[in-house]
Design a protein around this ligand. Structure first.
Ligand code: MSP
Length: 530
């Protein structure tokens, strides 16, 4: 293997190419579990695709990743949706959960597990954590009266609501007055402990501006929150007082522990939950920061469990300026978009178009513009022109790169920047870094014009450089576009699965050996018109 560059950085992923790598690191990545009152839409697909690509990136680094997604099936909202559909809650959830499983299959989501909160393993984990917090004295009975938003499954104080009319700030519809005897989790006792913990883990919440919002919530003062109801049946009973069922968030958040075996007998073969816990990344939308970054670590502390190592907080995908949601009636079905721009065209758009953490505005025109500029005109065009010139000037056989090509340094920078993008869970930055290499390679071809030159060593060298760049690009885009990356890989004559490559070694310049058939094939990303 020719190694002409060294890629420097603080850890093994960015360490010099060829350095001895550590043993595989275990990584646990989760998405929110989605309410089954709605069918999967683009908003759900957004967070799930980010999680999938992050998982695939870490697999390229050799990490042993567990990627979890699933469905949130209890609570009043689901009970009401089931009633409206004329079904029992169980039959209703049984009819919707498979639609999420199916949608994620079509989006090529590589989740290792799919948890439903109606499963016995989940119920066991919820009972266990509730009992732990109760035994710790952090759950107590009290009378609750308040204003409740059913779609949010949250109580609000009047000053948090839109006035006049006591409207929910998220759903902009009136909240309901409830009064009942509830068990409460004494969140107010955790203010200092949470602030201390976050002070010691300053980069746990990414991006920083979203993390600051969560810290602001804690600093603003924490109120105890209700964790149980006697008025609804569709939920998990409290182990010590079964006429109460647990309130939706205590139930939902525990899925992350349930899926790694918490609360289950060790003879179920799942090993210890601590093999995977604490989770490395909870990917969540900005709408559920309070529950994930404030309630959840406090619940875990109460139960004597380590908080997660990280949260990656995304903004919303807006449609017509509003959050895409069933209530707003502006949902886009992700599966329809696959028909328009192809699976990987769609995945690429989701990952590249919006800086994770910010809101993004979905428009069909934006999708097509992004597809045409980055995929049809850049990557697709590079692949097609390389195959054409190799066909005409090199008898269709790939040639070797120049060890001292100017593209070698560009590739090294692209790799380091791609690593840096994924490290801070910014897929758009990671992809942009890879696109620098694609653009530079197109530029290299334009500067050398091999299509005008006579066949010979000069043409061979330039085409070898472009093929080598495409080899590296195929690896770096694999987390975002697994099928397209494999197609690039095969067209330049590489064998095996591109996803089996291991970084950082596979990104070192000079490994394209040449001597293999390069095939043109149909346009990988045909240009689209709006
Ligand atoms: N069931 C709860 C989460 C429990 S997690 C322990 C829930 N479900 S949800 O289906 O309403 O939404 C879950 C997540 O889906 C949001 O936090 C967000 O990550 C994602 N999105 C839903 N709509 C979205 C957009 N329009 N845009 C981007 N993401 C959005 O809340």
């Amino acid at each position: 293997m020719v190694r002409t560059v060294s890629i420097n950085g603080p850890d093994r992923r960015t360490s010099s190419v060829g350095a001895v790598t550590d043993a595989a690191k275990r990584l646990y990545v989760t998405t929110p579990i989605y309410y089954v009152n709605a069918e999967p839409h683009l908003g759900h697909a957004y967070t799930t695709i980010i999680g999938d690509a992050l998982t695939r990136w870490h697999r390229l680094l050799g990490d042993d990743v567990k990627f979890l997604t699933g469905t949130d099936e209890h609570g009043l909202k689901i009970q009401q949706a089931a009633e409206a559909a004329g079904l029992s809650p169980q039959d209703f959830t049984d009819s919707i959960a498979p639609k999420f499983v199916e949608a994620w299959k079509r989006l090529n989501i590589a989740n290792d597990d799919f948890i439903r909160t109606t499963e016995p393993r989940h119920k066991a984990a919820v009972a266990e954590i509730l009992q732990r917090c109760y035994d710790a004295g952090d759950i107590e009975l009290d009378v609750f009266q308040g204003l409740y938003c059913v779609p949010c499954e949250l109580y609000y104080s009047e000053d948090e609501l839109i006035q006049p009319g006591n409207l929910c700030p998220i759903h902009q519809r009136p909240v309901e007055y409830f009064e009942e005897e509830n068990y409460f989790f004494r969140l107010s006792r955790f203010e200092d402990r949470l602030l201390d913990w976050y002070a010691k883990h300053p980069t746990a919440m990414k991006p920083e501006h979203r993390g600051n919002e969560a810290l602001g919530l804690i600093r603003g003062g924490l109120r105890d929150f209700s964790i149980s109801r006697t008025s609804i049946q569709w939920g998990i009973p409290l182990p010590w007082d079964p006429k109460h069922v647990t309130y939706v968030w205590f139930d939902a958040l525990t899925n992350y522990l349930a899926a790694v075996g918490y609360g289950q007998a060790s003879d179920t073969g799942t090993g210890s939950y601590e093999d995977w816990w604490p989770a490395d990344y909870h990917l969540i939308g900005k709408d559920i920061v309070r529950q994930h970054c404030v309630y959840w670590p406090a619940m875990l502390m109460s139960a004597g469990i380590e908080p997660p190592k990280g949260w990656a907080i995304g903004g919303w995908l807006l449609s017509g300026g509003e959050k895409m949601s069933k209530t707003s009636g502006n949902v886009v079905n992700p599966l329809d978009l696959i028909d328009e721009v192809g699976l990987d065209g769609f995945r690429y758009y989701v990952l590249a178009d919006t800086a994770y953490g910010n809101d993004g505005d979905f428009t069909y025109e934006g999708l097509v513009a992004r597809y045409n500029s980055d995929l049809a005109n850049n990557l697709g065009n590079l692949l097609a022109r390389v195959a054409t010139v190799v066909g005409k000037k090199c008898d269709g056989v790939g040639t070797r790169p120049d060890p001292s090509s100017p593209l070698a340094a560009v590739a090294a920078t692209a790799y380091t920047d791609t690593v840096a993008g994924w490290d801070i869970v910014q897929p758009s930055r990671a992809l942009d870094a890879t696109w620098q290499l694609i653009r530079a390679t197109n530029g290299h071809l334009e500067a050398n014009e091999p299509w005008k030159a006579e066949p010979g060593p000069d043409v061979d060298r330039v085409m070898g450089d472009a093929l080598e760049a495409l080899r590296i690009v195929a690896i770096l885009v694999q987390p975002a576009m697994p099928d397209a990356a494999q197609a690039v890989w095969e067209r330049i004559g590489m064998t095996g699965q591109v996803g089996d490559q291991r970084l950082p070694d596979a990104a070192a310049w000079g490994q394209y050996a040449g001597g293999v058939a390069v095939t043109k094939g149909d346009a990988l990303f045909p240009r689209l018109t709006v």
